[in-house]
Design a protein around this ligand. Sequence first.
Ligand code: PMP
Length: 412
Amino acid sequence: QSPLDVERVREDFPILDREVGDGVPLVYFDNAATTQTPNEVIDTFGDYYRGYNANVHRGIHQLSQEASIAYEEAHDRLAEFVGASGEREEMIFTKNTTEAANLVAYAWGLNELGEGDEIVLTEMEHHSTLVTWQQMAKRTGAEVKYIRVDPEDGSLDMEHAKELIGPDTAMVSVVHVSNVLGTVNPLSELADMAHEHDALIFGDGAQAVPNRPVDVEDLDVDFYAFSGHKMAGPTGVGGLYGKKAILEEMEPFMYGGEMIRRVTYEDSSWNDLPWKYEAGTPLIAEGIAFAVAADYLDDLGLKNIRAHEERVTAEAYDRLSRIDGLEIYGPREDEERAGLVSFNLDGVHAHDLSSILNDHGVAIRAGDHCTQPLHQKMDIAASVRASFYLYNTVEELDALVEGIESAKDIFA
Ligand code: PMP
């Protein structure tokens, strides 16, 4: 029994009523890429542009004040959502998780990293952090090391983590929940290991914040990033949590208006947190809608969302594992797994399978899911990923299984 009234929840998401192809109902299983948006979030944009569209922070007029209050309070809301007691001062709005990683890499890494420093990543990092730290290492002379992933069950080799994280480690950057394997990594244990050696830790929460209660202070991470469009919010906005003391010390990422306090021809000083890290006119409507998405998820309850997803995922795992020739990656049946299942069907390329599934109305993703090195390690060119969210039902899995069976017939 799901703790969510899913039929009622689905009414909040108008897109779920649409049909695709020759009039087949849409089954949206591409939630790890982008989730759908409830009416409350969509309506925020109309309300903003019809009612109080204005630039923020500096206006005396009423519209600007209304927009400023809503935009600034949205930071408090997202800070609270991930358990940051420093409120807005610890919550920077970025474009997405990728920009949040780049912000830290440029603002902190470019200044702090050098020869002899090590950046410890995992073999399951998304390109958003992997490429960013890899390239920042090249620019600064630092070295990147990767904690091994067990190819059998997608778990992180914590013994190897202990070997790699040491006195030369400057930064540990770890994906909290893998977008390919569905592995949930022991982030707080890794944070302890990093801090033991005076290193910082960056958590990639893109796949964690949408579907489980996250508390950055319990995890004791120094930075933590996530994206609005993966948590029922809009595209174009993400959050970067940072510990206040570190954000105060760190250099700005981008320069320009809004991020300054005082400017002369010779020099400039920086605005208060978090505005120091938000140069130029920010993503005002998106930021306000981001907070509405957080409210929406809180109203349903993150624990309920997680329990619902677990139920759909367990059923998906069970049904997929009974299909001959289908190989599932990541945690085994009895291990913790996030709300996604990645797999391959023997003899059918992931893209062909995804195209046949599309004919059945099923939206899933095929490719390397922005983890090319992980796919190389697993010795596969691509994989198919079905990922679930709070509005998906167990009944929708029928279309997935039927689509796979018909692909088997076509390619037999
Ligand atoms: N990290 C993980 C684990 C992800 O799944 C994604 C999105 N696929 C990202 C980072 C990047 O998110 P965005 O594209 O919103 O920057």
